[in-house]
Design a protein around this ligand. Structure first.
Ligand code: AGP
Length: 609
C-alpha cells in the first residue's frame, strides 16, 4: 500500500508529482504529501485526506523546484494525520516509504539513545534519521541510503532526497514495487507505471534489493552491496485510456462494463476447438500439470473467492483434490503437502504481502511446482512463480475488484479445462465446455443488460443495515463475492452462506428487515435451493432472486422480486452471475453516496501483512 513518486527534472516537478499521486491513489488515500527542492531550499506540503488536499495547498501557493518526492498513504503505523503523512524529514534527509519496517521500535529506541527526536508515530521516520546520520558522517546520498536500508527488516520501497544535494533522488526496493521512468533530461521513480505515463513510457522495473540513483542525465542501478547492476529498459504498453474514467461516473462502473472485452482478451489465443492450446502454461506447463495429483490454492479477498470457484471446477473436471485457503492463514499453518501437489497463487496485483509470503513458503514445503495467476506481468508474483498465467484485465483502478475477478475466473476455467484434458476428461465434454467458455464474453454482455432492473432493485437496499447472500455449489463463492462487494463500497453489513447452511443458524437472522439475495441458476441444485428459499419466505424474509431462465420462481411482489439472468451455460454461470451482484453493489453505493472507487479504510494493493 501507499504510493511513491519522485522526479528530477529541469522543469518544476510539483505538478508531475501531484498528477502521479492521483494515479496512485488506489494504493492508499488517507493522507498525502510532497517535498520539493529548489536549489537547497526545501518546500514540504502534507495533508490529511486525499491528494486533492495537497493539490489545493500547492495551487494556493505554488513553488518552483526540479527535485522532488511524493507519497499517498494508507496508514499502518500512526493514525492518518498531517504529522504522520510522508515525506518525513530529519536534518538533511527527506523520505517517502511504502511498506513496513518491522524492527522500527528497536531502531527508534537506539536512535533516541543517540539523541534523535521524533516528530511522527510512523515506522518511516527511522529511515530519515538513519540516512541523516550517515549523511552527517560525510557519506553520499547513495551510500547513506545503502547503509540505512542495511539496518532495516521488513518490506519496503523508498525514495530519499538530501536537502544539500539537489538534482538527485535515491530509491530502494525490497518487497514492494518500484519502477524508474526515463525521460529526456529528466528521470522519475514510482510505485507503479500508471503514475509515469503522463511523462514517459520508457521504464525500468527494479528488482528485489535494487538501489537506484536518478539524476537529470542518468539512471543507475546498484545492488545492496554497492556494485552496479544492469536492468533492461522496457516500453510500457499501458494506454492512457486504460487509466482514464472516460464517460463513466466511476472507475468501478467502467470496469464492470469492460468485462466482456477483458474476458475476451484473457481467452485470446488460448483456446482451440477441444480445449486449451499448447504452451498456454509455458513450455514446461504440460509436463508439470500432467504429474499433478492435487492443488493448494492460496489468495486473499476477491482472489480467494475466485480460488473457491476453481475448486468446484477442478474437482469436477479433473477429479483432483483441491484445497483453497486465505494466504494470511496458510503462511503460518503447519500445512501438510501431499506428494505432487501444485501450489496456485492468485493475485490481481501480484504484490499482496500475504500471498507473496505464502508463495515464498512453498520452497521449503515441498511442492511439485508453483503457478501464479496474476494481472500484472512485472509483479513479484509473476517473477517468482514457476508457471504463470496472466489475466488480461488491464489496469483496475476501483478498489473493489470487478474485472480482475471475472478474468481470474476465466484463467482458472482454462486451468480446469487443461487439467481435465490431462486427467481424463472426455473429449465430447471438453469440446462442449470449450464452446461455452468461448461464448463467455457474449454471456457477460447479456448479463450487463440486467442493469436497469438491478438499478431499480438497488432502491430497496439504500436504507438497509444488513443483507444475506445465498448460493449453492460454485455459486456459493459468487454469493460471498456479492456480499464482499456490497460491504466494501456501500458499508452495509453483508454475509453469504451456502443456502443449505441457513437452517443451521443464520435463519435466526431472517425477518422483514433482512433482505436475502439468492443466486439461482437453473441447474441440478435448483430444487434444493428452492426449498431453502421457502424457509426464508416462511419467516417473512424479503427474497431477491437472481434466477436463470425457466426456474419457475415466483415471488410475491411485496416480499421480493425475481430478476432473470441469462445463464451462458452451467460451466461459466459463476462468472455470469457475478455481474448483476457487482451492479447491485455499485448502484446501492451510488445511492448511498459513498466514495465508490476509494471506499473508506481500504487500499487496492495490500503490500503489508
Ligand atoms: C476486493 O474487492 C478487494 N480488492 C480485495 O479483496 C482484493 O481482492 C485482495 O486484497 C487481494 O488482492 P490481490 O488480488 O491483488 O492479491
Amino acid at each position: 500500500m501507499c504510493g511513491i513518486v519522485a522526479a528530477v527534472a529541469q522543469r518544476d516537478v510539483a505538478p508531475i508529482l501531484i498528477a502521479g499521486l492521483k494515479a496512485l491513489e488506489y494504493r492508499g488515500y488517507d493522507s498525502a504529501g510532497i517535498a520539493v527542492l529548489d536549489g537547497a531550499h526545501l518546500r514540504r506540503l502534507r495533508a490529511k485526506g486525499k491528494v486533492r488536499e495537497v493539490e489545493a495547498l500547492y495551487e494556493a501557493d505554488p513553488f518552483p523546484g526540479g527535485t522532488g518526492i511524493a507519497h499517498t498513504r494508507w496508514a499502518t503505523h500512526g493514525a492518518p494525520s498531517e504529522r504522520n503523512a510522508h515525506p518525513h524529514a530529519s536534518g538533511r534527509a527527506v523520505v517517502v516509504h511504502n511498506g513496513i519496517i518491522e524492527n522500527h521500535a528497536a531502531l527508534r529506541e537506539a536512535l533516541r539513545e543517540r539523541g534523535r527526536e521524533f516528530a511522527s508515530d510512523t515506522d518511516t521516520e527511522v529511515i530519515a534519521h538513519l540516512v541523516d546520520e550517515a549523511l552527517a558522517q560525510g557519506k553520499s546520498l547513495r551510500e547513506a541510503v545503502r547503509e540505512a536500508v542495511g539496518q532495516l527488516h521488513g518490506a519496503y520501497a523508498i525514495a530519499v532526497l538530501d536537502v544539500e544535494a539537489p538534482g538527485v533522488v535515491v530509491g530502494a526496493r525490497r518487497g514492494s514495487p518500484l519502477v524508474a521512468g526515463i525521460g529526456i533530461g529528466e528521470h522519475f521513480l514510482a510505485s507503479d507505471v500508471q503514475a509515469l505515463i503522463q511523462v514517459t513510457r520508457r521504464v525500468i522495473y527494479l528488482e528485489e534489493n535494487d538501489l537506484v540513483e536518478i539524476r537529470r542525465e542518468s539512471v543507475e542501478v546498484f545492488g545492496m552491496d554497492g556494485t552496479p547492476r544492469q536492468r533492461a529498459e522496457q516500453t510500457s504498453e499501458l494506454s492512457s485510456d486504460a487509466v482514464e474514467r472516460g464517460e463513466y461516473r466511476h472507475y468501478m462502473q467502467k470496469e464492470i462494463f469492460e468485462q466482456p472485452r477483458a474476458v475476451a482478451d484473457t481467452l485470446e489465443g488460448r483456446l482451440g476447438e477441444d480445449g486449451v492450446l499448447p504452451n498456454v502454461f509455458g513450455v514446461d506447463g504440460e509436463s508439470l500439470l500432467t504429474r499433478v495429483r492435487g492443488l493448494h490454492i492460496v489468495a486473499c479477498g476477491t482472489s480467494y473467492h475466485a480460488g473457491m470457484v476453481a475448486k468446484y471446477w477442478i474437482e469436477s473436471l479433473a477429479r483432483l483434490p483441491v484445497s483453497v485457503e486465505v494466504a494470511s492463514e496458510y503462511r503460518y499453518r503447519d500445512v501438510v503437502v501431499p506428494e505432487d501437489t501444485l501450489f496456485v497463487a492468485i493475485s490481481q496485483s501480484g504484490e499482496t504481502a500475504d500471498t507473496l509470503s505464502a508463495l515464498r513458503e512453498t520452497a521449503r514445503r515441498g511442492y511439485l511446482g508453483t503457478l501464479g495467476i496474476c494481472n500484472v506481468p512485472e509483479s513479484s508474483l509473476v517473477r517468482e512463480a514457476d508457471l504463470k498465467l496472466m489475466t488480461r484485465a488491464g489496469p483496475e483502478i476501483g478498489v473493489a475488484s470487478t474485472k480482475a475477478f471475472t478474468t481470474q475466473l476465466t484463467a482458472l476455467a482454462l486451468l480446469a479445462l487443461e487439467l481435465g484434458r490431462l486427467h481424463g476428461l472426455d473429449e465430447t465434454r471438453r469440446r462442449h465446455l470449450t464452446a461455452e467458455l468461448k461464448h463467455l464474453p457474449a454471456a457477460i454482455e447479456a448479463a450487463l443488460q440486467c442493469e436497469p432492473a438491478i438499478e431499480a432493485l438497488a432502491e430497496q437496499f439504500v436504507h438497509r443495515q444488513h443483507a444475506l447472500f445465498l448460493g449453492r455449489g460454485a455459486q456459493y463463492p459468487v454469493a460471498l463475492e456479492g456480499a464482499l462487494k456490497l460491504k466494501e463500497i456501500s458499508y452495509i453489513h453483508a454475509e453469504a452462506y451456502p443456502a443449505g447452511e441457513l437452517k443451521h443458524g443464520p435463519l435466526a437472522l431472517v425477518d422483514e428487515d433482512m433482505p436475502v439475495i439468492a443466486v439461482a441458476p437453473n441447474n441440478a441444485m435448483l430444487d434444493k435451493l428452492k426449498s431453502n428459499l421457502q424457509e426464508v419466505r416462511a419467516r417473512g424474509g424479503e427474497l431477491y432472486v437472481l434466477a436463470g431462465k425457466d426456474t419457475g420462481m415466483e415471488i410475491d411482489a411485496e416480499r421480493g422480486e425475481v430478476i432473470e439472468v441469462p445463464l451462458g451455460g452451467h460451466f461459466v454461470a459463476p462468472v455470469v452471475f457475478t455481474v448483476p451482484l457487482q451492479l447491485l453493489a455499485y448502484h446501492v453505493a451510488v445511492l448511498r453516496g459513498t466514495d465508490v472507487d476509494q471506499p473508506r479504510n481500504l487500499a487496492k494493493s495490500v503490500t503489508v501483512e
